[in-house]
Write a protein that binds this ligand. Structure first.
Ligand code: DAK
Length: 258
């Protein structure tokens, strides 16, 4: 199926979704959000897709939500449309690994979209920012919640209150980004990493994602308890037996998702 705002690439069991509205630096409009959620929903049920990467072009991941689409709306219209809410939930609760590959601008809703993913890899051209203050608004899809959890209160306040951008190196130092690669190796490197993840047991992957997200979203004591229960439950899988036997027998495990 062809999409208007996305380009899909399949690299074995890794699906790469490329945001594609170059005329507006990949500004996220309703169409793009709907298409993105359609692809994620399909991927959830497709056993040939084990890891998903969301990326943009060399110069822009996404320059935010589409300002031209929002410009004339009043608060009641935004409220009634409930713009981005259902989509936020679909993206942030996607069960398979979701990687953001950021080159160039990831601003406003673009930065928030990256933060909804499990891992952010950046090229050395990446620029992150929450410049909504410059538009007389504020972040509205998790930016004030996720950024301080990741980079701390002071830097999050700095980013949101000044609207300045953070480059890839600062983002890596601050913990927003997991690794930085040179633009010329991007996205080959991240596809390689995604392939490595895709070889792991899906039961482990999902349990790890749920546990880390629990700790990220709830309090630590409850998170540790949740993690322990998830850990115990993995001992009913064949993949746990296989993984541990393979370690003891000094061979590569063959996981079957059972
Ligand atoms: N929306 C629409 N069009 C955009 C855009 C955007 N976010 N960003 C860029 N464009 C368009 C420009 O208007 C221009 O179009 P034409 O004039 O050619 O028609 C084209 O892309 C090229 O942009 P520039 O000419 O500006 O390119 P430059 O290289 O000079 O500058 C820039 C690049 C990224 C610095 C600049 O374009 C820029 O500042 N863009 C806006 C960045 C920004 O403010 N982002 C935050 C947007 S607000 C919520 C839902 C969503 C949100 C919040 C709440 N709820 C449901 C509660 C999210 C809000 C946002 O993200």
């Amino acid at each position: 199926m062809a999409y208007e705002t996305l380009i899909l690439e399949h690299h074995e069991t890794v699906m790469l979704i490329r945001l594609n509205r170059p005329e507006s630096l990949n500004a996220i409009n309703n169409k793009m959000l709907t298409e993105l959620c359609t692809v994620l929903k399909k991927s959830s049920n497709d056993s040939n897709v084990r890891v998903v990467i969301i990326t943009g072009s060399e110069k822009f991941f996404a320059a935010g939500a589409d300002i031209k689409e929002m410009e004339k709306k009043n608060s009641n219209e935004m409220y009634l449309e409930d713009y981005f809410t259902e989509e936020h939930n679909i993206i942030s609760s996607f069960r398979k690994p979701l990687i953001a590959g950021v080159s160039g601008y990831a601003l406003g809703g673009g930065c928030e979209l990256a933060m909804m993913c499990d891992i952010i890899f950046a090229s050395d051209t990446a620029k992150f920012g929450q410049p909504e203050i410059n538009l007389g608004v504020m972040a509205g899809i998790g930016g004030t919640q996720r950024l301080p959890k990741t980079v701390g209160k002071s830097k999050a306040m700095d980013m949101h209150l000044t609207g300045r951008y953070m480059d890839a190196q600062e983002a890596e130092r601050a913990g927003l980004v997991s690794r930085v690669f040179s633009e010329k190796d991007f996205p080959v490197k991240i596809i390689e990493i995604a392939k490595k993840i895709s070889e792991k047991s899906m039961s482990s992957i999902i349990a790890i994602k749920e546990s880390i997200n629990f700790s990220y979203e709830a309090n630590l004591a409850a998170g540790i308890n949740f993690e322990r229960r998830k850990f115990h439950s993995l001992f009913s899988t064949e993949d746990q037996k296989e993984g541990m036997s393979a370690f003891v027998e000094k061979r590569t495990p063959k996981f079957t998702d059972r």
